[in-house]
Design a protein around this ligand. Structure first.
Ligand code: ATP
Length: 501
C-alpha cells in the first residue's frame, strides 16, 4: 500500500505548477492576499459553485430561489446593516516593527506555539511540561473568548502583556493600545470627484438579498418559509492575510437567507445546521474532519450562531457560518429606507386566525467558496510512494478530487500519434464532449501522461491502442487505485457519465 504525505506548502506549490491558483499580479511581485484561479482552478471552483447552487435552488424540498445582486449598493445599506459602525476587528500594533495584528489572531498564534511545544515535549517524554503548556494554551484561549465577548480591550491587552506575547518580526512586547479597524473598502462613484459619493465594495453578499426581499417575494409569489440564495464576490480589508486562499481580501461567498415565521428560528437553526453539515459530507468531506463551533460572542444581528469548522492542514478553522439573524436586517432596512418591509401570512394559527402581517426572521447559511476549494484540495492532495513488485521505488503526486467535482473528467489518450489511433480518439472526444469535460493528449509516453492526469486530478484516462482497431476495446485507467481494465469503446461515454453525474 502506498505511503501518503499531505503537506500544506507542497499543496500551495502544486496549485501553481498545475494551473490551479496563481498569486495575483505575480508579474509585479504579487498583491498580498489576492489570488487568481488558473485554468484548472477556475473549473473546479465553478463545479463547486454549481454543486452548491443546484443543492440550494434545484434539489431543496423547500422553495429556494437564486438571485445575482450587484456588488455596488447604495451607501445607506451599509449604515443600516451596521457595517459602517461596527464591521471592525480589534487590532494592536507593535511599535518596533509597526506590524498590525488582529488581537484574536495574535493570541491564537501564541496558543498554537504552546501546543506545538507541548507536542514536542510529549514526544521526548517530558509529560509534566507537556501538560503544563497545553493547559496554559487552553486557559489563554478560554480567557480570550470571554474578554472578546465582553469587548474588554483593556483585559485583552493585559492578557497579551501577562503572557509576554511577542511580535513575530521585532520579537518585542512593545504594543500600542487595542483599536477598532473597519474592514470595508470604499471608493467613489460618478465621474467627478466633487459630485461623487463614497460607496463600499460589499463585505458580504447577504445585504443584496435583504434589500431584494420584497421584490423576490412579490414577483415570485413566494410563501414563507422560503429562501433566497446568491453567490458572488465580497471584499474585506483583512489585516492578517495569511494561509493562502483561506483569508483573502477579495473572495467569493455562497449565501442563503431563509425567511421564516418569528418564533420558529430555533427549529430552522437546527435544521440548517444539520443540512449544511450533511451537504459537506455529500461532496466527499469526511464527517470526522468537520465539527460545529458555537459562537460565544454573538454578532449584533444574531440570536444564535455557529461555525462549521474543517480540519485544515493548519488546524480547525471556520468553513461556513450558520446565523440566526432574527428580524434585524429587514427591520433596519425598513427604518433606514422608511418603507414597509413586511409579509402577510394567511396561514392559520392555532386559534384558527391568519398569522397576519409580520417582519420575517432570517436563518442564514454562509460558506466561503475559496475556503471550500481549499478544503477539497487539501483532502485531495496525496504524495504517494510505494515499492514495486521488482523491489524498486515508485511515487506519484495525485489529486483525488471526487469525480463529480474534478475539473476534467476524462483524458483521451491515443497510444501513438499514427496508425489511425488519433482518429478513433478524436471520434470518442466528439461523442463525449457535450456530456462532460474531456482532455485530449497525444504527446509523450503513456506513463508520463497518466502521471500528469493524476497531478491535475483527472479521475479517468482512456487509452486507444492497436487492439482497439481489432476489437473495439480500450483501456480505462482509474486514478485513485491506478487499476486498468479493458472495456468496449462504445461503453466509455455511458460509464464515465454514470461515474461523474
Ligand atoms: P473569520 O472569523 O474567519 O474572519 P467570519 O466569521 O468573518 O470569518 P463570515 O462573515 O461569517 O466570516 O463569512 C462567511 C464565510 O465567508 C466564512 O465562513 C468564510 O468561509 C468566508 N470568508 C469570510 N472572510 C473570508 C476571507 N477573508 N477570505 C476567504 N473567505 C472568507
Amino acid at each position: 500500500m502506498a505511503n501518503e504525505t499531505n503537506n500544506f506548502a507542497e499543496i500551495i506549490s502544486h496549485c501553481k505548477e498545475y494551473g490551479y491558483i496563481f498569486q495575483s499580479s505575480e508579474l509585479y511581485d504579487g498583491l498580498a492576499a489576492v489570488y487568481d484561479y488558473g485554468q484548472m482552478g477556475a473549473q473546479l471552483k465553478k463545479n463547486l459553485r454549481d454543486a452548491w447552487w443546484k443543492s440550494m435552488t434545484q434539489l431543496n424540498e423547500n422553495s429556494i430561489v437564486g438571485i445575482d445582486a450587484a456588488i455596488f449598493m447604495h451607501p445607506t445599506v451599509w449604515k443600516a446593516s451596521g457595517h459602517v459602525d461596527s464591521f471592525s476587528d480589534p487590532m494592536i500594533d507593535n511599535k518596533d516593527s509597526n506590524k498590525r495584528y488582529r488581537v484574536d489572531h495574535l493570541i491564537e498564534g501564541f496558543a498554537e506555539e504552546l501546543l506545538a511545544i507541548s507536542k514536542e515535549q510529549l514526544a521526548i517524554g517530558n509529560v509534566q511540561l507537556a501538560e503544563e503548556k497545553e493547559k496554559l494554551a487552553n486557559d489563554v484561549l478560554a480567557k480570550m473568548d470571554l474578554l472578546i465577548a465582553a469587548t474588554d480591550y483593556a483585559g485583552l491587552k493585559m492578557l497579551i502583556e501577562e503572557n509576554k506575547i511577542k511580535c513575530g518580526i521585532s520579537k518585542t512586547c512593545n504594543w500600542t493600545e487595542i483599536r477598532e479597524f473597519n474592514l470595508m473598502f470604499n471608493t467613489k462613484i460618478g465621474a467627478l470627484a466633487e459630485e461623487a459619493d463614497t460607496i463600499y465594495l460589499r463585505p458580504e453578499t447577504a445585504q443584496g438579498i435583504f434589500v431584494n426581499f420584497l421584490n423576490v417575494q412579490k414577483s415570485g409569489r413566494m410563501k414563507i418559509p422560503f429562501g433566497i440564495a446568491q453567490t458572488g464576490k465580497a471584499f474585506r480589508n483583512e489585516i492578517v492575510a495569511r494561509q493562502f486562499i483561506f483569508r483573502m481580501r477579495e473572495f467569493e461567498q455562497m449565501e442563503m437567507q431563509f425567511f421564516i415565521r418569528p418564533g420558529t428560528q430555533k427549529e430552522w437553526y437546527n435544521y440548517w445546521k444539520d443540512e449544511r453539515k450533511k451537504w459537506h459530507e455529500s461532496i466527499g468531506i469526511p464527517a470526522e474532519k468537520l465539527r460545529f463551533h458555537d459562537h460565544v460572542k454573538l454578532a449584533h444581528y444574531a440570536d444564535a450562531a455557529l461555525d462549521i469548522e474543517f480540519e485544515f492542514p493548519f488546524g480547525w478553522k471556520e468553513l461556513e457560518g450558520i446565523h440566526s439573524r432574527t428580524d434585524f436586517d429587514l427591520t433596519q432596512h425598513a427604518t433606514f429606507s422608511k418603507k414597509k418591509i413586511q409579509y402577510f401570512d394567511n396561514d392559520l394559527n392555532e386559534e384558527g386566525k391568519p398569522y397576519g402581517n409580520y417582519t420575517p426572521y432570517v436563518l442564514e447559511t454562509s460558506v466561503g467558496l475559496d475556503r471550500l476549494f481549499l478544503t477539497v484540495l487539501s483532502l485531495a492532495y496525496q504524495n504517494e510512494n510505494w515499492k514495486k513488485e521488482d523491489g524498486t521505488d515508485d511515487s506519484r503526486v495525485v489529486l483525488k478530487i471526487p469525480a463529480k467535482l474534478a475539473p476534467t473528467k476524462l483524458a483521451i489518450l491515443p497510444l501513438l500519434k499514427k496508425d489511425g489511433l488519433p482518429e478513433i480518439a478524436k471520434e470518442l472526444l466528439e461523442s463525449c464532449k457535450q456530456s462532460f469535460h474531456c482532455f485530449y493528449e497525444e504527446k509523450d509516453a503513456i506513463g508520463k501522461r497518466y502521471r500528469r492526469m493524476d497531478a491535475i486530478g483527472t479521475p479517468f484516462c482512456v487509452t486507444i491502442d492497436h487492439q482497439t482497431k481489432e476489437d473495439n476495446t480500450v483501456t480505462i485507467r482509474y486514478r485513485d487505485d491506478m487499476r486498468q481494465e479493458r472495456i468496449a469503446l462504445n461503453d466509455v461515454k455511458s460509464l464515465v457519465d454514470s461515474l461523474v453525474n
